[in-house]
Design a protein around this ligand. Sequence first.
Ligand code: EPU
Length: 413
Amino acid sequence: MEYIINGGNKLRGEIAVYGAKNCALALLGATTLTPDEIILHNCPDIADVANMLKLLSAMGKTVSRDGNTVCIKGELVSTCAPRSIATLLRGSALILGGTVAKYNQIALPLPGGCAIGSRPMDIHFRGLEALGVKVLDAGDMVSCLGKPHGADHTLRFASVGATENLLCACVLADGQSVIRNCAIEPEVAALEQLLIKMGAQLDGVGTDRIVVNGVRSLHGAEFDVIPDRIVAATYLSAIAATLGEGVVSNCNPDHLRAFLQLLQERFDVKVYENKVYLRSDKHPSDYGTIVTAPYPLFPTDMQSLVMSLAACCSGETIICEQLFENRLTHNAEQLNKMGAHITVNGNVATVRGGDLHGANLAAKDLRGGAGLVIAALAASGQSRVGGIEHINRGYVDLAGNLSSLGGNIYLQN
Ligand code: EPU
């Protein structure tokens, strides 16, 4: 399966954003904390979520989906995650904290490094150890044992996943925990809000210092997955790159501040409470210097989108990727096939481009794949984008949604 994209159509119209993959995965990880029913609305029907639900179901949860609403309930009957499912998605690691808190043990196979980087888990493990959990890291498998107790712990880096796992481990711990240098991404704040709805005693939502007083048990709750800020940025980038005009609705512009600032300086952008209008008449000279960093600074997940935008410009854009070491190289090679001139030196890419032409392209990771689709929509002529299984991990029908804006993109076997 690949996408066939005939570039050159200006995208126009309005498109709504669906729920965030990275929020849904964290919330699903937290369902291990209670046998009661957790109902998640706006839960995107994407491969990563389907695999996470499969994992929870294989471990004993009763799982059902009705449209975009997902219900999860029941006890885990096994705390050994099956390798065949757990290694399908990195998000499977998000069952660690909740499972160890509720069942005091877990054995979880780990997928290892991936196309975007080596993805170590030391911050998760040091955090759990600080809570008194014994962690046995065998490289491709981790076992955790013991009931967490309260602790004062500082993360060496504000890792999103480690913050999420630690908070889940703290909510049922004995005593008080103070977790410092927490990630403050909106997806982390959403998890904190769900935990409170489930009965957790947690203070400091959305801040880098969270205080948790452990409780004996948590109960069911109903919660809305937040809109996907990366999908919103993908649609906006596609409109900008094709010199189109449109509205991206059902999003939270506040979660997109760093990205919107980049666009606002270059295009006609109007920001409303839950939607963004963008009109792009011509490509800017360049996108300046972009440095990826934890929220609220420029997100790594939007970096490959901007590389494609920058590849449409004749001036020079510098992109410094501080989070995932391999994220620059692959798309640089692919975009160069389309006529861009991108050089990568360590974690810094220098991007120059102009009139891109179609090419045979291969997606190697999720956001990189979306970046290639954007470049192909902006280019002249036809492109083929393979490796779309990566894109399907995190996007609901990307081809169909972009076609609804007038993009000439379709799936071919
Ligand atoms: N890191 C460590 N040790 C750890 C954990 C992280 O060194 O124990 C490093 C990572 O190697 C990286 C940095 O810390 O350099 C940040 O990683 P973080 O843990 O914050 O990322 P994550 O939790 O693994 C989530 C998203 C990613 C997103 C990053 C950064 C989920 C399921 N994934 O990953 O999303 O890029 O935060 O915002 O929430 C994607 O959606 O395509 C994606 C990769």
